[in-house]
Write a protein of this length. Sequence first.
Length: 195
Amino acid sequence: MDYHTFYVTFSGRVIPKMLLLLALFVHVNAFVRQNRYDVIHERMEAEYYDPTLSNLSCINYKYNRTTRAFILAVTFKNDLTERDTFLIMGYKWLSNRYRLDILQFNLTVKNAFRFRYFDLDRLMHSCTTPPAELPLIKGVTYTIRDWVPDSTKFPPGIPEGRWKIAARLVTASGKHILSINWYGAVKYKLRMESK
Ligand SMILES: *[C@@H]1O[C@H](CO)[C@@H](O)[C@H](O)[C@H]1NC(C)=O
Ligand SMILES: *[C@@H]1O[C@H](CO)[C@@H](O)[C@H](O)[C@H]1NC(C)=O
Ligand SMILES: *[C@@H]1O[C@H](CO)[C@@H](O)[C@H](O)[C@H]1NC(C)=O
């Protein structure tokens, strides 16, 4: 992965270690499964789309009695190319609101497709119809459904709590195509006391 395509900034004190780890994993394209926390999906939100560039809809539903999921459908008016970019912002819930600027990075669509964390591979292939492959073709409606995150595929060391991950998709020339927000929680399992 190209160093120039991955940036991390933060102003929070809580998580520099996690960010360094995440940056390292991206750069070396390593993949480590974690088993210490569960990821609980809360909801997905279609915040914005530019109707001249795309069409986006999202509904949330109960996958089963205890688990929620969503159906997100997106259609692009132009092929989505490798150089279009996701601007990712992570907000952590602290003192009754989601705090800005804790985690920010930009990921080209090309690198997003190679990103091995956050269970994205299964989301884009097994859970998307038709399976998402680059380039995403204009006029095709890609529908993501029944994605229940596999916690083991999230990066080690993410701080416990509720998170909002905002993803803004922009073209290589800077046009804002769409924005989605994912809400979920990281919950650590009880640790056995070792003797
Ligand atoms: C979005 O795309 C679908 C499929 O092409 C179409 O039926 C629907 O009317 C579109 N919605 C908007 C708001 O453009
Ligand atoms: C709901 O589905 C999830 C994901 O497949 C599973 O882990 C969980 O055990 C299920 N819960 C119930 C009550 O069936
Ligand atoms: C991400 O890209 C946007 C637009 O190209 C830029 O304004 C922003 O500073 C970048 N963010 C980071 C964290 O590099």
